[in-house]
Ligand binder design. Structure first.
Ligand code: UD1
Length: 419
């Protein structure tokens, strides 16, 4: 098992380019199925979850090729509508293929994605929305069998602004007939990126980024070349890394507008954060201050995906900072690992109270999930001694090269490959 070795105590200085967004590219890869043509994705991050999506596409008869600066996908050869259980289990967000396969083939068969390390991961909103569009869905034996010779546009009201359900419905609606209106849609920037991609392929999607998204179905989609937006959670991770270790960094392509709540939290902690058209500049010195309670919420609220890395950056804060996790049930698994490094955190239900400590120390720690794993690296940068972070395959799901990026910022971190 590969691991990371982080020798803490060095301030970060330098510049790094923010990778393309994982949460944008995954639905876009599913949506390529609608085009039946060639799509070139620039700034496509090379991640474990992207490789899993590529395996699903190849299993359906499509081709995908990494080329200089991007990924080229050709979905003309699609010859199946079934995704195997093994492939579905490889990636939690594989349910996003449901709407796309259904829209292209009129039927789809895949297994239920099931729970994940963050707790239960239901897809009831995806399924009820697709049923509203006319899909017949049978669930049994862990498999989902879906049929919809023709999807028909209508109004779908989501009980929660689910990111995945909004995306699945947008994709399915493009392949249907008539107008679909998604009410209480998620407003995350990645939804806008998916709409940008679909529109570049000839679709007509309006309102992405607001709570009401409308899709005119029935248009013939074609291939295109598309730039994936920068990853706001990777950017948040590196800002938190710099807040943890102190220093002066520039995140090229980082988009401050997508990170207003994270930047605001870091400013409260005493850091200077400024956005410019090229990226985000960050400066801080010394220990951070405690900040007002951080409550995760759907966009434009504080992102649940940045909760762990911000917590890690505030372990040495002067005072007490409260976190309230409102999106996932089981999103404090990094806490026990952070406590091994000397952090003082008490969890009670959905609230975690971080009492800042003066010093953190090294410890052998394990990544429990993707962002929790990144949080261990953020904490280790401020810890005395050499921290070993293992089970880093979790981190590989979402970061192209976290060690290389942090090294570019002057951190002392290395990846040790082991079979
Ligand atoms: C996406 C992101 C993930 C992020 C999350 C919340 C991708 C690939 N992943 O996940 O990184 O943490 O948004 O910002 O984009 N829910 C239901 N029923 C459903 C669907 C969701 O009850 O049918 C619940 C979930 O259990 C969760 C909440 O709604 O409590 C939000 O989930 P959702 O927005 O759907 O997250 P994902 O799309 O899975």
């Amino acid at each position: 098992m590969s691991h990371l070795l982080v020798r803490g105590g060095r301030a970060l200085r330098g510049e790094v380019r923010v990778q393309g967004a994982k949460n944008s590219v995954l639905p876009i890869l599913a949506a390529t199925l609608l085009t039946g043509g060639v799509v070139r994705l620039r700034n496509c991050p090379h991640l474990r979850d992207v490789d899993a999506s590529i395996r699903i596409l190849k299993g359906l008869g499509c081709t995908a090729l990494w080329e200089d600066g991007g990924l080229t996908v050709d979905t003309a050869g699609l010859n199946g509508c079934t995704v195997s259980d093994i492939l579905m289990r490889e990636m939690r967000s594989s349910a996003i293929f449901l709407g796309a396969i259904l829209a292209r083939c009129g039927q789809a068969e895949l297994s239920y994605p099931g729970g994940c390390e963050l707790g239960p991961r239901p897809i009831d909103l995806h399924l009820s929305g697709l049923r509203r569009l006319g899909a017949e869905i049978q669930e049994g034996g862990g498999r989902l069998c879906c049929r919809a010779p023709c999807l028909i546009g209508t109004e779908v009201v989501l009980a929660l602004p689910s990111v995945g359900a909004t995306e699945n419905l947008m994709i399915a609606a493009c392949g249907g007939k008539g107008t679909t209106t998604i009410v209480n849609a998620a407003r995350e920037p990645e939804i806008e990126d998916l709409a940008g991609f679909l529109n570049a392929c000839g679709a007509l999607v309006r309102g992405a980024g607001t709570s009401t998204v409308s899709v005119e179905g029935g248009r013939r989609l074609h291939g295109c070349t598309y730039d994936i937006m920068p990853d706001r959670i990777a950017a948040a991770t590196y800002l938190c890394a710099a807040a943890s270790a102190g220093g002066d960094v520039f995140l090229r392509r980082g988009c401050q507008a997508h990170l207003s709540t994270v930047c605001d939290a870091l400013r409260q902690a005493g850091c200077e954060v400024t956005g410019d058209p090229e990226g985000i500049r960050f400066h801080s010195e010394g220990r951070p201050r405690a900040i007002r309670p951080v409550r995760t919420a759907p966009y434009p609220g504080f992102p649940t995906d940045a909760q762990a890395v911000l917590m890690a950056a505030l372990l040495r804060c002067r005072g007490v900072t409260l976190f309230e996790e409102n999106i996932f049930e089981n999103r404090y698994r990094h806490v026990d690992e952070l406590c091994r490094m000397g952090a003082a955190i008490r969890v009670s239900g959905r609230v975690a109270a971080v009492t800042g400590v003066e010093r953190l120390h090294c410890a052998p720690v394990e990544a429990t999930d993707l962002r929790g794993g990144a949080a261990l690296c953020v904490a280790a940068l401020a810890a005395e001694g050499e921290t070993r972070v293992s089970r880093i395959s979790h981190i590989d799901r979402g970061y192209e090269d976290i060690a290389g990026d942090l090294r570019a910022l002057g951190a002392d971190i290395e990846r040790v490959e082991q079979e």
